[in-house]
Design a protein around this ligand. Structure first.
Ligand code: GAL
Length: 343
């Protein structure tokens, strides 16, 4: 009898201990679908917008979302994946920090019946259930095309995105495909900006100018990189004289565009992507077939792939796109432009 009591007490203690250490994620209530949203960082303005729209749509679909941030650290991202799987999530939506670091963790999740969606950035060799993004080569093409419209011949400086981000290679394919087709365009130098950091872009362009370097245009692979480049140009009184590209339609970039220091950005309607990902996660968990997908090779597997169409935004169409879509208001974008000078 005494032994039985000890055994029961031990079992109860074990249950209590395991339950307490699983407090990280709220207990699963009823049969609600639970989705883990794993960001690589929120220092890039757009990812907070993705997160908020994703959560709102998932809730509308009756699911709950647990958000975790990997702070640009792959080991942390792997740990979060394993934690969420062990807590019983039904799906994971991952913005991968590094393109080739998560294959094993994704395999672990999928072997445990968890749906895994690569959000905006492909996860190589991972055989995810879905990769959902924008047409990233087209994003780069739009940058190249808008730059060539204003600088059809001349010397281009190329600031690629982070080498750890698979998208950076797609963007480069896009703008290099445009630039190298034009014999009157010279690529004078190119670099890869670690973690898309504006400080690194600033330092690179500043050093280039300080050493006497000149250029006729700068391809910056996103708005944060453009921000750094424009800050460096302004210290040499060149801001607005050298066209600079970007993407993500960040508010600071939209302001630079109407103020003339950034040529363009690429508008990727985040609402379409974030809501599409939430719908796909719920559909896949419920065993419903996806619609409108293609296949893309992840290095080892043909994975399902949904891509949305990006849009070039310049000062000529910013009102009919960014502002009319309600992304930002006239006052937000034209904050530094006197009212009588606004279109
Ligand atoms: C890319 C994304 C871009 C840009 C960049 C910086 O993967 O497609 O929109 O934001 O990351 O995080």
């Amino acid at each position: 009898m005494k032994k039985t009591i000890i055994l029961i007490a031990g079992a109860l203690l074990f249950v209590a201990l395991t339950a307490s250490c699983s407090r990280e994620i709220p207990e699963k209530d009823d049969d609600k679908i639970r989705i883990g949203f794993i960001a690589e960082t929120f220092t890039v303005e757009r990812w907070e917008v993705d997160r908020d729209i994703f959560i709102a749509k998932a809730r509308e679909l009756g699911a709950e979302v647990i958000v975790q941030n990997a702070y640009e650290n792959s080991e942390r991202q792997i740990e979060i994946i394993r934690d969420m799987v062990s807590q019983g999530v039904d799906a994971l939506v991952i913005i991968a920090y590094e393109k080739d670091a998560l294959a094993d963790a994704v395999e672990f999740a999928r072997n445990n019946g968890v749906i895994v969606i690569a959000y905006d950035r492909l996860i190589l060799n991972a055989n995810v259930d879905l990769y959902i993004t924008f047409d990233n080569v087209q994003v780069g093409k739009l940058m190249g095309e808008e730059a060539v419209k204003v600088i059809p011949e001349g010397r281009y400086l190329i600031l690629n995105g982070a080498e750890t981000d698979n998208n950076a290679f797609y963007f480069r394919d896009g703008y290099m495909g445009v630039l190298t087709r034009n014999p009157l365009i010279e690529i004078i130098d190119e670099t890869w900006i670690t973690d898309w950091r504006d400080e690194e872009a600033y330092q690179y362009v500043w050093n280039y100018l300080e050493s006497g370097g000149t250029m006729d245009a700068i391809i910056a692979a996103n708005d944060r990189v453009a921000d750094g480049a424009v800050r460096a140009l302004s210290e040499f009184r060149l801001a607005g004289l050298i066209p600079v590209t970007g993407q993500d339609a960040e508010l600071s970039a939209c302001r630079r565009i109407v103020e003339g220091t950034q040529l363009m950005t690429v508008y990727k309607p985040i609402r379409i992507l974030a809501e599409g990902a939430a719908q796909a996660a719920v559909d896949l968990v419920n065993g419903r077939e996806l619609k409108g997908f293609d296949f893309i090779n992840d290095g080892e597997n043909e994975v399902k792939y949904i891509e949305y169409t990006p849009l070039a935004v310049t000062k000529d169409n910013i009102n009919e796109t960014i502002i009319s879509d309600g992304v930002y208001t006239i006052d937000q974008v034209y904050r530094n432009i006197p009212e009588d000078q606004r279109p």
